[in-house]
Design a binder for this molecule. Structure first.
Ligand code: M6R
Length: 364
């Protein structure tokens, strides 16, 4: 049941700290801070390429996974929407690995992509939340997100659990390949292990996100911007807002603004920016400043390090805990989910069962 929560989604949002902790503990030993890779159906040292395939939010988790694996393990990675991969006919290297990401393990397009990749000689690893699902059965190997049942149609804790697994895999691959020095591994695993506590703090005090939701609920169109591993989280923010509140929202890579979307900027279109401190901060901030100079109302998620610079032109700045840039996409996923949740509640939409959507899309 929902316990004391109004919606399953609210309950599931509040399960983030526990789910993230449980999932990370499967792959990272809290005492030694070392990553212990599960048994894999391929050798990460020899693998020539990783092909991700998934749908919806799971695809966006895969996109973050691509940034991580490329960065710390130096393996070439592709990430495709499953319904596109099926008809794209990509050349695949002998002995390549395919990673299928799915909460349900039953999504028709992802399952079809799995079968295609398997027929083409790829070694199949599925990242699923349901151990006895079709995808788990048809894969050479499976790693589990430990999110428990997710009832709300909009994915919340399963998405962040997917990120936790993919971050752990990336570090494990990097360790195996010798591309991630031990000191760096210890630093990044420590950062990951702190995420559950940060998530708890975020959930405890979401008053500012509720205020932001009041403004977003008035809008007809909303833009979400991010760079690097925050770009897929911008896409996720837009997807969540669309599916829950029926407000038109788009996510863009911040650097793409001047190639078209900046034409949309006016004071009626809130711009939600995911802009934590880190190597990409200055670039993102300058894209945001350009949007502000054209009348855009910038609502930024950042941390204490980034806040002062953004306050010069942003209308609202929500300060999240300061974390290593590697884990920032996990932490930023939570407020964008919370934002969509609060907007949906304000608009009175059906939060757990948005119109026209199914929890598992088992037809093409
Ligand atoms: O069960 P799956 O993870 O394969 O589902 C994939 C998508 O249908 C799912 O993530 C969908 O986009 C959610 N409604 C997003 O909130």
């Amino acid at each position: 049941g929902k316990g004391n929560y109004r919606h399953f989604m609210e309950k599931e949002l509040h399960e983030h700290p526990v789910v993230l902790g449980d999932t990370l503990r499967q792959y990272i030993d809290p005492a030694s801070r070392a990553v212990a890779l599960p048994a894999l159906p391929f050798d990460p040292v020899a693998v020539p390429k990783i092909s991700f395939s998934a749908c919806g939010s799971a695809y966006l988790a895969a996109q973050v996974g691509r940034y991580w694996i490329e960065q710390v393990a130096r393996i070439p990675v592709d990430a495709d929407i499953a319904s596109e991969l099926r008809y794209r006919d990509p050349p695949l290297p002998e002995g390549g690995a395919a990673l299928l990401v799915s909460q349900s393990g039953e999504t028709a397009d992802t399952l079809a992509a799995l079968r295609l990749l398997r027929e083409r000689g790829q070694r199949i690893l599925s990242v699923v939340n349901v151990a006895e699902s079709s995808m788990a059965r048809e894969s050479h190997g499976t790693v589990l997100t430990v999110a428990g049942p997710e009832i709300g149609v909009a994915s919340t804790k399963a998405f962040t659990a997917q990120l936790a697994v993919l971050a752990s895999l990336a570090l494990g691959f990097g360790r195996a390949r010798g591309t991630l020095p031990a000191t760096e591994e210890a630093r990044l695993t420590a950062a990951l292990l702190e995420v559950p506590a940060h998530a708890a703090a975020l959930l405890e005090d979401s008053a500012e996100i509720l205020e932001l939701a009041r403004e977003v609920a008035q809008a007809r169109d909303v833009l979400f911007l991010g760079r690097g591993s925050l770009y897929p989280i911008a896409l996720e923010g837009a997807l969540k807002l669309k599916e829950l509140s029926y407000i038109h929202a788009e996510g863009y890579a911040a650097g793409e603004m001047k190639h078209g979307p900046i034409a949309l900027i006016d004071p009626t279109v809130p711009v939600i920016a995911l802009c934590p401190s880190g190597p990409l901060f200055e670039k993102t901030a300058s894209n945001l400043q350009e949007a502000a100079a054209r009348g855009g109302r910038i609502m930024a998620f950042t941390d204490a390090v980034g806040a002062p610079a953004l306050r010069r032109f942003a209308e609202r700045v929500v300060v999240l805990p300061t974390v290593d840039p590697f884990v920032a996409p996990i932490l930023h996923a939570i407020p964008v989910q919370l934002l969509a949740y609060h907007v949906a509640v304000l608009k009175g939409t059906d939060v757990d069962q948005p119109r026209n959507l199914a929890k598992a899309v088992t037809v093409e």
